[in-house]
Design a protein around this ligand. Sequence first.
Ligand SMILES: Nc1nc2c(ncn2[C@@H]2O[C@H](COP(=O)(O)OP(=O)(O)O)[C@@H](O)[C@H]2O)c(=O)[nH]1
Ligand SMILES: [Mg+2]
Length: 376
Amino acid sequence: MQEFKLQLRFMLVGLVSKGIDYESTILDMEELQSLVKTYGGEVFAAVTQKTDYPYKATFIGSGKAEEVADKIAEEKIDVVVINGVLKPGQLYTLEKIFFRANPKIKVWDRLNLILQIFSQHAHTKEAKLQIDLAGLRHMGPRTFGMGYILSRQGGGIGTVGVGETNTELMKRHWRSEMRQISAQLTKLSEEKVKQIEKRKSIGFQTAAIVGYTNAGKTMLFNRLTGKTNLVADSLFATLDSSVGKLYIPKLKKDIIVSDTIGFIKNLPPTLIDAFKSTLLESVNADLLVVVIDLSDPEFADKIRAVDEILHELCGEKMNRLYVFNKTDKAKSFDRTDLRMRYADFNPLFISAKSGAGIDKLLDTTGELIAKLSHKG
Ligand SMILES: Nc1nc2c(ncn2[C@@H]2O[C@H](COP(=O)(O)OP(=O)(O)O)[C@@H](O)[C@H]2O)c(=O)[nH]1
Ligand SMILES: [Mg+2]
């Protein structure tokens, strides 16, 4: 049965701080636009505001908010996405301001949008729980009682109608909900750790494919393991971890390869924390294979974003292999320069699509893993 889905009309709003160059804000907004596309929406308007600090109550200035409201009415916008991570109160206040333009308007921040995409793609219990947890943490106790996300009739905190008791009740409910989900996730993580340890005890070594979303991780994973996981020109097609076997000629044995969720810029630590269970597979690997989309003009920036997240997850300790992917698509690149710049990370050049460079990748993986075994 085919489901009829109305395409939502989106508007993007971004802040440009004076310290940051305009160019990178535009690229950020483009990424936001592709997130909207991934979600299944279409962007009909976009505005930016120059300011060094977000406004306390409404993130954007009040004049700007009115301008956005006019645009909402004009373009019949359903959802406004603010390129930032906002406080629940700020989102709520903005919704109140935009009410005059569209009583059903929704205001999301970058994280809300990412979580919405995540929930479209979540298939396992683990993924669903992690999204719930991240959502609860992000939206705060307001998620409860206020009907903040699902309906927007009631008043907000600070307006009439919400007594202290009610607020306390909401907080308590919110905390207990989070505790319950965390407990379920901990249980799932423990089971996973057991599996990982069992594999280790029978002598399997592991390489985890990681990297920015859309870099080509799953295409590489499929090529290496012969699996047929979903490859898509969209952000976050993969939300879970999957594992497969890969024969390494130099080692004369199989290793385990894993593929997982992609990273993205400006992720709040709470979200990374919520996905720790999915990322366990990567954190526990012997080798991290970092896939980089060489055809992306912003790849250096994305290497930094991935690096920060990896640092957060596993500290400095991990052995890394930088794999520059999509050599078939990249217009021009300087191998010598990249080899020098990323000399600490055994840079390699491949095309997961054509298969170029894969043999070398297998050899280098074998060498690095053999070295690790010797270290003991
Ligand atoms: N031209 C080209 N496209 C690639 C290559 N590897 C992946 N892609 C494309 O990049 C997009 C994202 O691939 P996917 O494996 O889903 O990326 P992931 O998000 O990192 O798992 C898809 O449209 C792939 O067809 C490559 O080596 N060359
Ligand atoms: Mg993927």
